[in-house]
Write a protein that binds this ligand. Structure first.
Ligand code: SAH
Length: 394
């Protein structure tokens, strides 16, 4: 256990509920066994020694403490049970009947920084992204097993955040059965095969569920380009919504193979349109074809704050060329999932693209995360998915 005293000028965000404390905000540390180099639970105080909050301390990370609670409660299995039950209740109320795949725990958005849990039919996939959360892996697995009965809990703790925390990747079964190579989920009546063990993220882009459903409402008789398709989520919804033709485009061969199987699974074997593997930047620049609807859902082009300038160039390029390939009256559903790129900046970039493309466009809808990806009001940085549905005049 470590006590952390904040600099007077850096107390306000913590009092207001922001969960992150960077090294520069810390005035001094007090540790009881003389070792401040171990990952541990930490109590946070203001400069006048008033207790403020409790969190997880990692001496190796610039993001030194991630706060879990603003009450003096023990961080133990009961704590995780309460938080996960709170998270699950809302998902069950909102999503039962429409999908059996959803995000059960969205990290900071569920006041559990560094913990992602996705539910896919009978299985849970768990991502522990920080060294602090890693201390509580057993407590989390026990709590999860008790509140959400599943055939198995599979771990996919990997990626950049974990590396920055000084942690190696860790994957494999944590409890119960190991999931099969592919499992089947159902979302708004659409079926998908998901590769929980090797697929991108934890296997599926659950965060785009509402936006896929929105596409279905405007797909009838349209020619559609699903650019950055992954396993064809938007394409399946486009066909169920009555699309005339869908081009499904991605750079990943396994993703496209699964996209083909997903189309087939929903009764669209050999559907009008193609599945194309390639680089979307080159494709959008080179093609001549025009579409009624284009979905542009690239991977995060900026992972770190310092990448934003380069990323805005990439977003502008993609949106500019997508807008050039829209038929008059056509719709562009354009997204950014870069955590550090604000909705405001994204809109400005897309505006620049429209000006350069010589198109006049209106925003018909703002798009974002579904209800199972809540964002803490105290941590607006958690709002990573930004989208605009745009309609071109002529
Ligand atoms: N829209 C998808 C998720 C897209 S994730 C869904 O709803 O499921 C981003 C996708 O972009 C990934 O599948 C990745 O393989 C693909 N990708 C990354 N770089 C690419 C590039 N340069 N050209 C085409 N696809 C790319």
């Amino acid at each position: 256990m470590i006590n952390i005293y904040l600099k007077p000028t850096r107390e306000r965000p913590v009092v207001n509920g922001h969960p992150w404390i960077f090294s520069g905000a810390i005035e001094r540390l007090e540790c009881f066994d003389g070792n401040d180099q171990v990952v541990s639970v930490a109590d946070v105080f203001d400069s006048k020694k008033n207790w403020l909050a409790r969190g997880l301390y990692n001496p190796k990370s610039q993001l030194r403490v991630r706060l879990l609670t603003w009450q003096k409660e023990a961080i133990d299995q009961n704590f995780f049970s309460r938080r996960l039950a709170h998270a699950l209740t809302f998902r069950a109320e909102q999503l039962t009947g429409s999908t059996n795949a959803y995000r059960l725990c969205n990290g900071d958005g569920d006041f559990l920084p560094g913990l992602i849990i996705d539910r896919y039919a009978d299985y849970c996939v768990c991502q522990i992204l920080t060294a602090g959360m890693e201390l509580f892996k057993d407590a989390i697995v026990n709590a999860l097993s008790a509140i959400a009965s599943s055939k198995g809990i599979f771990e996919r703790s990997e990626g950049r955040v974990r590396e920055e925390e000084g942690l190696a990747a860790s994957t494999g079964a944590l409890a119960g059965e190991t999931p099969p190579e592919l499992i089947q989920i159902e979302e708004h009546g659409n079926k998908f095969f998901v590769d929980l063990k090797h697929g991108q993220k934890t296997g599926f882009f659950l965060d785009q569920r509402d936006n896929r459903a929105f596409l279905a409402t405007l797909a009838r008789n349209k020619t559609i380009l699903n650019c950055f398709s992954y396993t064809g989520g938007f394409s399946v919804y486009a066909f169920t919504g009555g699309a005339k033709e869908v081009v499904t485009f991605d750079s990943s061969h396994p993703a496209l193979e699964l996209a083909e199987r997903n189309l087939d699974l929903n009764g669209f074997a050999d559907p009008p349109g193609e599945l194309i593997k390639g680089d979307a930047f080159a494709y959008l620049k080179e093609i001549e074809q025009k579409f009624d609807v284009i979905v542009l859902d690239p991977p995060a082009l900026a992972h770190r704050r310092r990448d934003i300038d380069a990323a805005t160039g990439g977003y502008k390029f993609l949106n500019l060329h997508a807008l050039r390939h829209l038929n008059p009256g056509g719709l562009l559903l354009t997204f950014s999932c870069s955590p550090h790129l604000s909705a405001d900046l994204f809109q400005k970039v897309v505006f620049g693209a429209a000006v350069d493309a010589g198109r006049k466009v209106v925003v018909v809808k703002r798009l974002g995360h579904p209800v199972d990806h809540p964002v803490s009001l105290h941590h607006p940085e958690g709002e990573y998915l930004k989208g605009l549905a745009l309609r071109a005049l002529d």
